[in-house]
Design a protein around this ligand. Structure first.
Ligand SMILES: Cc1cc2nc3c(=O)[nH]c(=O)nc-3n(C[C@H](O)[C@H](O)[C@H](O)COP(=O)(O)OP(=O)(O)OC[C@H]3O[C@@H](n4cnc5c(N)ncnc54)[C@H](O)[C@@H]3O)c2cc1C
Length: 369
């Protein structure tokens, strides 16, 4: 049976960032993914926004790792020539109640360490974004967009340069603790095998709860329930009416249907929130009216015919519909008492932004230098 020091299950942005980081300390890091390529699930079905870190409760992992990760990510992109644009974002209010939310956000963001937000009144907004309808907005200059695929490719290259190996079409089926590590059972297109590792890192995104259930000896009380929440995007044909990202105030357990661009400049609107029981990237036909209604609040001249269904992504959420805020959960032996095992649960937004900081956090918890 083969031996590796580190086995990373899942080659999304989190698994790749962790593999890149741990490969600096270990010679044999193995990353597996059940799909044919890296990053085929949530990591390639998101808004590709580098978040500033303004929404999350003080001292939460989401706040800390987003702000730390944002700085690390901009530096990483510059060093490795990953396409990125710090284009800024407007968080927009419609009337007094939402302006009160902005005022509150200004204070809480500052407590989190985001001190570059500025208040823009309606007159100023008219000049900056004439197509925008809003009574006030917060401007976040550190928000940006990234080519997430180029970023993931770079993480994999970095890991491979440090001798890490990526094996696709290989699924972890189960694992059990053995002296000094784990024996992990794999299924590579019907061919079954086992491998030993010292560290086992579960970053399987939407599947992390189910995967954790297959690890012998892991007390089930440490495995939280995941809720799958799908979000849909429409692309918008023609020239963008906006120069920067436009976000309404958050609603329905998501950040609200916002206007963002991919790195090529294509404008898109989304995502909405729809809790689902089965994993499926279906795009219901009846969503357009809801999108038009929400977009027209801040973009009254939206043209329905220019909206085309684009794609859907699924959030691995720890909160169900109507539940209160839930933080990222990153468990090591400090929590579950199984040496060398790391489980990551609920790595929804801002996971892409926070990816490098999450990798550093895992390295710290494992006391890897
Ligand atoms: C709609 C939406 C919008 C978002 N927008 C943003 C944003 O703008 N900015 C931001 O910072 N974040 C955003 N996010 C969050 C971000 O996309 C995620 O946090 C991040 O992609 C999670 O990466 P991951 O590696 O944990 O998961 P994934 O990318 O899902 O990777 C998990 C991998 O594990 C593999 N796997 C699963 N089970 C097994 C197994 N048994 N054996 C082998 N492999 C397995 C899967 O095939 C998959 O490739 C958004 C998310 C969504 C859904």
């Amino acid at each position: 049976m083969d031996n590796v020091e580190v086995m990373v299950v899942g080659a999304g942005v989190i698994g790749l960032a962790i593999a890149a980081r741990l490969s600096e300390a270990f010679d044999d890091v193995l990353v597996i993914d059940k799909n044919t390529k890296f990053g085929e699930e949530t990591s390639s079905r998101n808004s590709e926004v580098i978040h500033a870190g303004i929404y999350y409760p003080q001292n939460s992992l989401k706040a800390k790792l987003c702000i730390q990760g944002k700085a690390m990510l901009y530096r990483y992109c510059q060093k490795r020539h990953i396409p990125v644009k710090k284009i800024g974002k407007l968080l927009v209010a419609q009337g007094g109640l939402e302006e009160a939310y902005l005022r509150q956000t200004l204070i809480s963001a500052k407590k989190n360490g985001v001190d570059d937000l500025t208040w823009l009144d309606q007159a100023r907004l008219q000049v900056l974004e004439p197509e925008l309808n809003a009574t006030a907005a917060l401007h976040s200059p550190s928000t940006g967009i990234i080519d997430s695929h180029a970023y993931m490719r770079s993480l994999l290259t970095q890991a491979e340069q440090n001798n890490a190996m990526f094996v696709a079409q290989t699924k972890m089926v189960s694992a059990k603790p053995i002296p000094g590590g784990y024996e992990v059972n794999l299924d590579s297109q019907g061919e079954l095998s086992s491998i030993r590792c010292k560290y086992l890192i579960n970053c399987s995104g939407l599947h992390s709860e189910k995967l954790a259930q297959t690890i012998e000896g892991l007390d089930k009380s440490y495995i939280p329930k995941l809720h799958w929440c799908r979000g849909h995007y429409y692309s918008y044909q023609g020239k963008s009416p906006f120069k920067q990202l436009i976000y309404p105030v958050p609603r329905d357990n998501g950040l609200g249907i916002h206007a963002s661009f991919d790195i090529g400049g294509q404008l898109k609107f989304g995502p909405d929130t729809q809790y689902i029981e089965q994993l499926a990237y279906d795009f219901p036909e009846n969503l357009k009216a809801k999108f038009i209604q929400q977009i027209s609040l801040y973009f009254p001249n939206v043209v329905a015919e220019k909206l085309q269904p684009a794609y859907a992504g699924i959030r691995p959420k720890l909160q169900g519909a109507g539940d209160v805020f839930q933080d990222f959960v990153i468990q090591t032996s400090d929590e579950h008492h199984l040496e060398g095992l790391v489980n990551l649960f609920g790595i929804e937004s801002p996971g892409l932004t926070a990816s490098l900081a999450i990798a550093e956090y895992v390295a710290d918890k494992l006391k890897v230098v």
